[in-house]
Design a binder for this molecule. Structure first.
Ligand code: PMT
Length: 224
């Protein structure tokens, strides 16, 4: 096997949560730690790829050999991803906030004893995965993740079609799981041929297996 099977490839990875401001001190965010996305970025770099890691706020150091671009909001994440194109592959692992506050306050919202709590009006954020999958500079391989709580495979299969990505990596984020934030993950990988059930693994092992699958995919398309 070649030592650096992805040498010459550029891969874009999103990771971590986004943070959508409510006012200067408050935000809408989620519990993504960035661990799964960072592990994938690290393994891609080890495989010789040039890696652009577009990351929301996490406590993790940049993986060796990756170019990390730090962002906060979904709109910043999208802009950073679009400027990173062209890429041979994109992997969207970030837990992007689906909604943002329509008008974030420039000043801190005050709690007044006589006033009722503020109402936040939300509006939709852009979908980064769907945008990349429909982009004029679409990477040849676009991979999404799906964080589900119900019928994981069914929901993720529908999400794959809706978002136009090639593969979707589904994981269960129901209460009681530690998919968000934990060290391990059990995923199902869905492509046009169906669904592969992977055992529960350390997130680095999930990353290694996913990158090996990408290497195979690129190798099988050589010369096409
Ligand atoms: O960071 P960790 O603590 O290690 O946790 C890992 C993880 C659980 C966050 C990760 O494995 C995962 O499932 N990431 C996707 C989380 C998510 O937002 O899933 P979703 O089903 O809401 O979104 C589906 C896909 O669309 C994802 O690829 C997501 O990145 C993408 N998306 C979603 C909304 C949006 N506005 N833009 C997007 O690109």
């Amino acid at each position: 096997l070649p030592k650096q099977p992805l040498k010459g490839r550029h891969v874009l990875v999103t990771a971590g949560p986004t943070r959508e401001p409510i006012d200067p001190v408050r935000a809408i965010t989620n519990h993504s730690s960035g661990r799964q996305g960072y592990a994938i970025a690290e393994v891609l770099a080890e495989a010789g790829a040039r890696v652009t890691l577009v990351s929301g706020p996490t406590a993790l150091p940049a993986p060796p050999g990756c170019t990390r671009i730090d962002v906060e909001t979904a709109r910043e994440m999208l802009a950073a991803c679009e400027s990173a194109l062209p890429a041979d592959a994109a992997i969207c692992v970030a837990a992007v906030a689906d909604w943002r506050v329509r008008e974030a306050s420039a000043t801190k919202l005050k709690k007044r004893p006589d006033a009722s709590p503020p109402t936040l009006t939300l509006e939709a954020n852009p979908d980064i995965l769907a945008t990349l999958a429909a982009h004029i500079e679409r990477p040849s391989l676009v991979i999404g993740f799906a964080a589900e709580t119900g019928d994981v495979v069914r929901e993720a299969t529908a999400k794959r079609a809706r978002k136009g990505c090639d593969w979707i990596v589904a994981n269960d984020v129901s209460p009681g799981t530690t998919t968000f934030g934990g060290a391990r993950n059990q995923v199902d990988v869905i492509d046009e041929n169906g669904c592969e059930v992977w055992p529960e693994l350390d997130k680095h092992a999930v990353a290694r297996r996913l990158v090996a699958r990408m290497v195979e995919w690129f190798a099988s398309r050589k010369g096409q």
